[in-house]
Ligand binder design. Sequence first.
Ligand code: A2R
Ligand code: GDD
Length: 311
Amino acid sequence: MKALIVGGAGFVGSYLIDHLRECKWSICVTKMQHEDFKSDVEIFDLNILIKDDIVNLLNEIKPDYIFHLAAQSSVALSWKNPALTIDVNIKGAVNLLDAVRELDYKPRILLIGSGEEYGHIKQEETPITEDNATRPGNIYAATKVAQNLIGKIYSEAYNMDIVMVRAFNHIGPNQTPMFVVADFCKQVAEIEKGLKEPVIKVGNLSAQRDFTDVRDVVKAYALLVQNGKSGETYNVGSGKAIAIDDVLKIILSMTEADIKIEVDENKLRPVDVPIIEADVTKLTSATGWHRSIKLEETIADTLNYWRLNIN
Ligand code: A2R
Ligand code: GDD
């Protein structure tokens, strides 16, 4: 089994490499800016905004499976740089799909979308299923809706083998502190080491999100790329939302430090939808996947990662 992980030098990519290696797959990875990215797998430079380079790479590698992870992955950053987010997430995905369309062989593609695509969810719609309407509340979410729609069109129009995912929040050690759990854990580790005053800066604590350990998420991706139905979309999440306030309480319960909480206006977003919670029945029925790592364990691992990596 030969896999190409496009955007494999990022947070999810490194865990997907580990998992596919354990499954004895042959793995190729593309990176763009990660100069420091070291791995025992084959690494290729690729900017998905250049379609001809994708075609050339695919003709050279000829993967059976393509995991499309490359993206501008931050909701917060999408408010600040909407054009980049639209370029990478929509144009980049179209370039990949169109490059595959031109090939004389047919790899299977897994497109990674987001639980954020559902956006403004009505109370009676939660936990949310794949056939629910999407009402994106931010630029990032809109780009992932577009990717999903275009993926469906390519699959139908050109009979291409495309499976689509809507991944809900995934967390774990080594995630950039642009995201909430990594951000809070890094701040706590800095406070414990006396590198920061004992005040944790937070954004909107009332939002409820559905968190899964990244190590469980990549297992779902490997199962879906093999067992998902072409043209279909699958939610990947825990099935249970938790308020960010409660996530913060769990983190604070794991430290001896006496920490004050302060809302930082700069961390608030123009729109932050109240709740995003997955119904994962379709995923579990298709693959037998189930979450194996509890939220508390993931948070403890993430906090310990920052304790070891703060200087
Ligand atoms: O900067 P690099 O070399 O690490 O590459 C990033 C890659 N990427 C691109 N690759 C090719 N051409 C581009 N124009 C381009 N722009 C960005 O996407 C990086 O390796 C990867 C994204 O990694 P992270 O930001 O760490 O995202 P994460 O958490 O691994 O998320 C994977 C997927 C994304 O589709 C998210 O939207 C979704 O899961 O949640
Ligand atoms: N980043 C951050 N920092 N978020 C905070 C903070 C803070 O200090 N305080 C509260 N939040 C809230 C955000 O407003 C949001 O409601 C929630 O915490 C999660 O924010 P992020 O961790 O930044 O993730 P996200 O939900 O915007 O996006 C993540 O999940 C999506 C799937 O639901 C990313 O991993 C996306 O790539 C992914 O598609």
